[in-house]
Each structure stands twice: as structure tokens, then as C-alpha cells.
Design a protein around this ligand. Sequence first.
Ligand code: 3UK
Length: 516
Amino acid sequence: MNASDVLPAQFNVASWFVDKNVAEGRGASPAFLHEDRTLTYADVQELVNRTGNALLELGVEMETRVLMLCLDAPEFIGTFWGAIKIGAVPVPVNTLMRTADYLYFLGDSRAKVAVISAPLLAEAAPALVDAKRLKHVLIAGGNHGQFVSYEDRIAKASATLEAAPTSRDDAAFWQYSSGSTGFPKGAVHLHHDMVVCCETYGKQVLGIRPTDRVYSAAKLFFAYGLGNACFFPMGVGAQSVLYPHRPTPESVFELIARYRPTLFFGVPTLYAGMLAVKEAEVRFDTSSLRLCVSAGEALPDEIYRRWRERFGVEIIDGIGTTEIGHIFLSNRPGAARPGSSGLPVPGYELAIVDDEGRPAPQGEIGNLRVKGDSTMAYYWNKHDKTKATLFGPWIQTGDKYYTDRDGYFWYCGRSDDMLKVGGIWVSPVEVEATLVRHPAVLEAAVVGQEDSDRLVKPKAFVVLKEPWRASDELANELKAFVKDKIAPYKYPRWIEFAGELPKTATGKIQRFKLRG
Ligand code: 3UK
């Protein structure tokens, strides 16, 4: 599917997802359920217009980046679409990161304004002081400290706003993606991209419709969560549950029982955690679910089978990337091949190529390339990384795949050392660099190891300066050390003390030799 065949040259995607619902008579329909509040589509339009006007008053112009450090709450919806509607560029970032990460995002994006949910202010505050180009900070949903209150600001702003005359190919939003080395890369997405995701995966795989109510345990700041809980439901006037807290297996079951969603989106680690809840199928009413979705990392077939047995509903596994916007390869409801990633989503072309870019013979493992019109335009200010990733209309995802005789795609790992842990990127290099900051550590190597659910978690091989100090206490101390220094989800779940690490002649760690 090509956006230029279906969308006009002048196109503002906020009008498509926000204003269209009201124009087509769904103003009184519920859009978002948040804690005890329901926001109708008319409420959403007002929130978006007020936020857009408040940003204009702060001097935000077309193409200006607005950093969003927002929980799954109304301020996310208001700021994301409000910024897009005035032609500015929202940059939602991972809320589980640390001060140093936020300083990088602010510097790299040159955001002039940041909108932050109050509970995240403590971690972000030191970065806000240091960020050179940041002019204004709005704090939403609680104590705003020395900064300005988002709610006060938008209450004073006008509730009417005309969409900026953007083009379908203007930058609409960015999302950061981490790599094994170097800083995260800002994937620049255009106004037409979200429409393409809706018309392809949203409509043709999920079959999302106005009567659906979605709940995504994956948060809105992830590309996965943004589609699931924001633009897919808004694309058809459906409902979405916003939960600003951490999704634990118990709390997710409670939410499903309380809000009765028809579509549920999780990652394999969460499904494994939910399957570990004893008697969940009798304690919680999950009968509202018509379909469950898994992405972020491969779903082991065992989890697919146990879930269907206990809850009577299917989990369809599909693979998406931040760069492509959402899922482009997926199993189909009722026709899943458990353990595989399924078949190409209509609207996307897939190829498996060797390291020289030549098509690999059927059945052989190669590099996955995808052609589709939701793919990012480029990585912001990372020209070399862009050139290594985009090949004309094709993008190489960094994943190894083969196809079986029926055309189903089977995931075979990454071509870099990156790990997906609970659906979130972990760079072994970053964890190693953190471990060596501990005074007892000489060097470290981090690799992925499967846990009892066959899901990958980080494991560290550590060489100590004084090898005789190796002990369980020190291992625990090293885990806590990493948790304290970088985003806690990155810590090594296992530590093995080693005498030395396997290395190449040039001294590069050979992580593949350590994988179990
Ligand atoms: C891996 C999978 C096997 C794969 C995402 C749904 O995960 C998403 O985006 P990210 O940019 O990571 C992309 C990478 O994650 N991966 C994702 N899903 C699967 N591997 N099976 C899967 N089902 O390495 C891919 O390159 O964080 C997921 C929708 C939108 C997304 N951005």
C-alpha cells in the first residue's frame, strides 16, 4: 500500500485520527477509559485543541520537537495529537529510563518544550536543568514543583484549533530505538505512516472495529503500545483503556475483569507471568476477550498452547519494529502456526537476503527485509546508521529468518548482539560498561540466556580483579549495582564468575562463544 494513492498531498494526521471521529458523529462515544474517567471523542478533540493552543502560546512552531515523558494518561493523548495538529513533532520517550538517557533525548532532539507526567519528574529534573535548548516544561497530573502545570495551562487555552497545513510527508513524530553500540537513534515518522499501519495490520489482521475495546499492557511510548492503545482504536472510533501504573500479572487480570476489553496486547514475558498465576481462569473473568496479541520478542509455542487451553482465546504472535511503526509479519486469528511469526501482513512485501543483499534460497536463513509505506523516513542525524538500514523502499530489520514450504516465517535470532528482554531492548555493551564501573570488576561479557519459559534474559560473565572474591554476595551486589546505575530492567539475572573471556586477536569479546 502506498499512502500517496489514498491520501491528499496536504494532510494532517491529527485531523484524521481526532477530528474525523467527531465530524462523523462519534463525539459522544467513549474513546479512553482512564482510572475512573471516561473521555469521549469530543473530550479528546477538546483536550488536543487546548494542548495544541497551549504549545503555540509557548512558541512551539511547525517542526519544533516536543519531548514527551508521559505515562499512559490523558496528557499523552493531548500532547501527542496536539503537537501534531500544529505541525510540531512530539517525541515520546521510554518512561523507564534514567536521568542521563533523558539528557541525551533532550539534546539530540533539541526539544524546546517538554511535557512530563508528575511521577516521572524526580528522575527527569536534573536533565531539565542541564538541557540547553529546552525553554518550557509542563508537568501533568500532580505536583508540578517549580514548573508550570499542564492542566492549568491548557485550561486557559482556547478549545478551538485549526490543523496546520502539513503535508502527508511531513515529520509527524519520532521514536527512539536503541542499538548495540552508540546512542539511541530517533526514527523520524511521517504524517502518513500511522494511516498505513491502520489500513494494513489494524484492519486486515486485527479486524479492529468500533465495538472493540482494547487494553495494551505495552505502554504508549513504545511503538507497539502507541498503535495498540492509541491510533488503532482511534482509527475506527473504538475504545481504549489507559492504565498509568506498572502492569503486573495480577493487575492485568484485574483490569481485564474490570474493563472487559475485547482485544488484549502483551509481550511473551507478561503472558508467561500471567500463566504462573494459579487458578487465574477461575479467579478472573476474561470472557470479554476475542483476541490476544503478542509482540516484542518471539512467543514460545508452549505459551500459545497453555494460554489457549486455560483461557479459551488465541494469542497471535506478530513482529513489528519502531522503524516500521507496527507489525508487518503476523499470524492470523484462527490460522496461527505456533512458534512462527506467521505470514506477511497485506500491504507489506518481505524478503530474506544474504549478507550481500541477494535473495536467499527458500528454507535458508537470511536477513529480513521489509517494504512498506509506514517505514520511517530516516534516523535523525545518524546518516551512516540510516544508510546501513534503508535500501530504497526496503528496510533491513536486523533479524534472521527463514520461510517454510507454506511461506510461514520462522525467527532465528538477531544479526547483532542486541537482546529483547520483556519486549524491551537491552544492549549487552551498555550492561558490560556498567559492570566494569564496579571496583571489583576487571571485565564483563553479557549474553542472552533462556529462562524456564524459554524467554531470553541477560546473563553476565564477570572477570574479577581478585578472583578469590567470587561469592553469591558479590553477585547480588553486582546485580544491585547495575539496577542502580542504568534502567533497572537491564540488570543481569545471572552472574557467572570466569577466569577470562573469549576474545578475537584484536581483543573484541566473542559473545557468541558464551551463549548457552
Ligand atoms: C524483535 C520480535 C520475534 C525483533 C514492536 C510490535 O518490538 C517492537 O519494536 P522494537 O523496535 O523492536 C523490534 C525488534 O524486536 N521482535 C519484535 N517482535 C517480535 N522478534 N518475534 C516477534 N514477534 O528483533 C525486531 O527487529 O522495540 C513490536 C509492534 C511495534 C513494534 N515497534
